[in-house]
Design a protein around this ligand. Structure first.
Ligand code: ADP
Ligand code: ASP
Ligand code: MG
Length: 405
C-alpha cells in the first residue's frame, strides 16, 4: 500500500461541483489501494475576499487577528470536502493545522513550519480513514493560530509528505503542470516534463505562482519529489526533483514575471561608510524585504541608491527611507510602483556565456528600457515598466526557443 499526499488548490474546490469532483478523485485513489492524506486551500477567492473585508474594517489589522480570520477559509474547504467523501461512502475525517500538530514559529501571516507531528495523522490512517488537512495554517507553541503566507497550502502539503515519508506528493491545480512561462500570459508556453528544485525555486520566487517558493525549498531539503498536475484532467504533470546534468538540455527553461514590485531611489547620498547600513538596517527593522539594490558610481563624492520592495511594503519603505534621508543629508526620495520584474531562469546558463546579453538585446529590440538588473548563476532579472511586462515575457520566451519542441 502506498501513502499518497494530494493537495488541491482554491480553484479546484470552488463550488459544490468542484468539491464533489475532488472527492471522487480522492476516493478513486483510496479505492486503488492507497492511504491518502489530502491538503486543501480555501475555495476560490475566499482568502482575497477575507483580506478585503479586514481592510474595510481596519487599514492595518493586527497580524494575529488576520490569522484568526484567514484560517477560516481553509477550514471551510476541509469540512465540505469531508462531507462529499462521506457521501461517497468512505471513512474520512477533516483536521485543522492545529489539530494535526503543525507547529510553526510565531511570525503571524508569514509563519514558517518548524515541525509536523505524525501521531494524529497516523492514528486516523490506521483506522482506515482518508485524512483531510487544512492547508496554509499551523499553531505556535503557545497555541496561537498562524498562517504561512500566500500560496502556503503548497508548503503544508510538502511538509506533511516529508513528515509521513509519503511515497508521492501531488499538487493538483488549474494547470496541468509547470510551464515554460505562465500559460495565461504566454499562450505559446509548453509544459515541462521535469524541472529541478533549483530552477523551480527561482521561477517560484520570481513570480511563477504555481508553487509557493518555500514548498520547493522544503521539498529539496527533505527529498520530496513533487508532481504538479491538473485536478480537471488526467494528463501527465511535471516532476519537480533533483535533475542530473544529463537531463539538463535547455539553456533557459522558463520565463517569469512579477508585478508585485516597487522601486525606491535615494538621491545624492554622501559617499562614505555606513550609509547603506543606515538605510537597510532601518528597513530590516520594519521587516521590509528588499530585493534588488543598485548603487550608482560615485561623482563628486555623492551616489544614488535604488532598491526594490514588494508593493505592500511601499508606503512603509518610503517612510523609512525618508527618515534616513533626513539623517544622512541626501537630497530626495523618489519611488515608482508601475514597474515589474521579468526574469529568465535556467541551469544551463552556468555553462553558456552570453545569455544575459541575449536577454538585453531582446528587450532592446522590443524598445523596452531596463531600469535595474540582477543576476545569479541560474537567472537574470530586469526591472522594466509594468506596461511592457507581457510583451517582454512573450518576446523572451520566443527568443530562447521555449515555444519549440
Ligand atoms: P492553486 O489555487 O491551485 O494553488 P495558483 O493560482 O496558486 O493555484 O497557481 C496556479 C497558477 O499559476 C496557474 O493558473 C498559472 O496561471 C500560474 N502560473 C504562473 N507561472 C506558471 C508556470 N510557469 N507554469 C504553470 N502555471 C503558472
Ligand atoms: N488560501 C491561501 C492563499 O490564497 C493559501 C493557498 O491557497 O495556498 O494564499
Ligand atoms: Mg497556489
Amino acid at each position: 500500500m502506498a501513502l499518497i499526499v494530494q493537495k488541491y488548490g482554491g480553484t479546484s474546490v470552488n463550488g459544490p461541483e468542484r468539491v464533489k469532483n475532488v472527492a471522487r478523485r480522492v476516493v478513486n485513489t483510496r479505492r486503488a489501494g492507497n492511504e491518502v492524506v489530502v491538503i486543501v486551500s480555501a475555495p476560490g477567492d475566499m482568502t482575497d475576499d477575507l483580506i478585503a473585508m479586514a481592510h474595510e474594517i481596519s487599514p492595518n489589522p493586527p497580524a494575529r487577528e488576520m490569522d484568526m480570520l484567514l484560517a477560516t477559509g481553509e477550514q471551510t474547504s476541509i469540512a465540505l470536502l469531508a462531507m462529499a467523501i462521506y457521501e461517497l461512502g468512505e471513512p474520512v475525517i477533516s483536521l485543522t493545522g492545529p489539530q494535526v500538530g503543525i507547529l510553526t514559529d510565531n511570525v503571524h501571516t508569514k509563519a514558517r513550519i518548524l515541525e509536523v507531528s505524525c501521531d494524529r495523522l497516523r492514528r486516523e490512517l490506521a483506522e482506515g480513514k482518508i485524512v483531510i488537512v487544512a492547508g496554509f495554517q499551523g499553531m505556535t507553541c503557545d497555541n496561537e493560530i498562524t498562517t504561512l503566507g500566500r500560496g502556503g497550502s503548497d508548503t503544508t502539503a510538502v511538509a506533511v509528505a516529508a513528515a509521513l515519508k509519503a511515497d508521492v506528493c501531488q499538487i493538483y491545480t488549474d494547470v496541468d503542470g509547470v510551464y515554460t512561462a505562465d500559460p495565461r500570459v504566454v499562450p505559446a508556453a509548453r509544459k515541462l516534463p521535469v524541472i529541478s528544485y533549483d530552477e523551480m525555486l527561482e521561477l517560484a520566487s520570481l513570480g511563477a505562482q504555481v508553487l509557493q517558493p518555500r514548498s520547493v525549498e522544503f521539498g529539496k531539503l527533505n527529498h520530496v519529489v513533487l508532481e504538479v498536475r491538473s485536478s480537471f484532467n488526467d494528463n501527465e504533470g511535471t516532476l519537480v526533483k533533483e535533475v542530473t546534468e544529463l537531463e539538463k538540455k535547455m539553456v533557459v527553461s522558463g520565463v517569469a514575471g512579477d508585478r508585485n514590485v516597487a522601486r525606491i531611489a535615494l538621491h545624492d547620498v554622501p559617499d562614505r561608510p555606513g550609509i547603506a547600513k543606515a538605510l537597510f538596517v532601518a528597513l530590516a527593522r520594519e521587516s521590509i524585504n528588499v530585493d534588488m539594490i543598485v548603487q550608482s558610481a560615485m561623482r563628486d563624492g555623492i551616489n544614488d541608491i535604488a532598491f526594490t520592495v514588494g508593493r505592500d511594503d511601499l508606503r512603509k519603505a518610503v517612510e523609512v527611507t525618508e527618515r534616513v534621508r533626513a539623517e544622512i543629508g541626501a537630497s530626495k526620495v523618489t519611488y515608482n510602483d508601475r514597474v515589474a520584474k521579468v526574469s529568465i531562469v535556467g541551469a544551463g546558463m552556468i555553462t553558456n556565456p552570453g545569455v544575459a546579453a541575449d536577454m538585453f538585446a531582446c528587450l532592446a529590440e522590443e524598445g523596452i528600457n531596463i531600469h535595474m538588473i540582477s543576476t545569479s548563476e541560474i537567472k537574470v532579472s530586469c526591472i522594466i515598466d509594468e506596461e511592457y511586462l507581457t510583451r517582454a515575457m512573450q518576446a523572451l520566451h520566443s527568443r530562447f526557443g521555449l515555444d519549440k519542441e
